[in-house]
Design a binder for this molecule. Sequence first.
Ligand SMILES: [Fe+2]
Length: 382
Amino acid sequence: MEISNIITLALGVSVVANGFLVSKLMKKSKENKYFSSQLQKFKDLSSKLRDIVVQREETFYKNLHEVAVGFLERVNKSYFIVLDGEYGSTVSIFGDSSINVAKRVKKTELPFATERVYTIEKDKLSALFPNLVKDGSEKKMLLVSDIFIGGELKAKLLFERDEPFAKEEMETIKSLGPFFTSFIATHSYVSNQGKFQKDMILTIIRILEYHDPYTKGHSKNVATLASLIAEKMGLSDEMIRKTYWAALVHDIGKIVIPSTILNKEGKLTIEEFEIIKKHPVYGHDFLSTSSDLRELAKYVYHHHERWDGKGYPSGLSGEDIPLISRIITVVDAWDAMRSDRPYRKGLPKEVAMKELVEHSGIQFDPSIVKVFLSLIEEQGIG
Ligand SMILES: [Fe+2]
């Protein structure tokens, strides 16, 4: 099954569960204000669904945690613990971060009850939160929510505050359980699927590198730098990931260009150059056979366009060229200038930077050059 179908299916299940909860809350919202505000939060949660499941692990848990905390009136501290085998790891902390929290704790040392949502005395958690127990001698209660996937305990959410938790709040947290289950399960599926596809693509890149040894490491460098630019430009997580993948495969079409042309040391003839110029078209043709990779195919197709419209294969100019392709063009040129070739040494960093500036607004998108130059300064990119 394709990844997009899996997401749609899992989200569909969540939406059905959400619909059930919303209707339950709607009945209660007529009764009091607390439930009507909770109803709004559930509605907002649905719209966030798709964005959250495709995020990187760290951001994903942080956002999911934030959503959970938002459902309670007030929380001093909260911890999100994910279990893996015999151990639990704290993946997100809300509130006072100076509290000493064990990053990894044995599953058997975690609080446990037969209910899915329950309160527990704070000093029962000494193994996990040694300093939390020491601060304040009174026995505070913690609200614990256990999240199960396929009958197996997968995560724990802990909430702490000075006042006791109301029955309604415990009910809300309980209602969130199915959401969290489907969020975490979908996210872990999407991440694994992503890893498999990445491994496949890296294998193909390695084959390309055998065919064209001068590109060794080039695809990975271009992918890393392109995604740094995308991040710096404030693009969404999904766009950053697409940038990385498109950059990783940008030269994949070279695999069908004869190696005698690719590896030729002397000057290329006009005919040979025309053959090389076809690699973005070939790359596009390979990638567009997979529905998951079709969008990347478009970015690969345009990675040799120029800002002034004198590039190939379409001769697009300015912002008509897809943004991701424009990002790849800049870092592709940078990495090529900085790398050694059999017939010349790589250009020094300052010279390569000067080249980028000189061709900014002609070959390259000036705003991307600006972002990239500031990245070079800030992060000391070689
Ligand atoms: Fe290329």
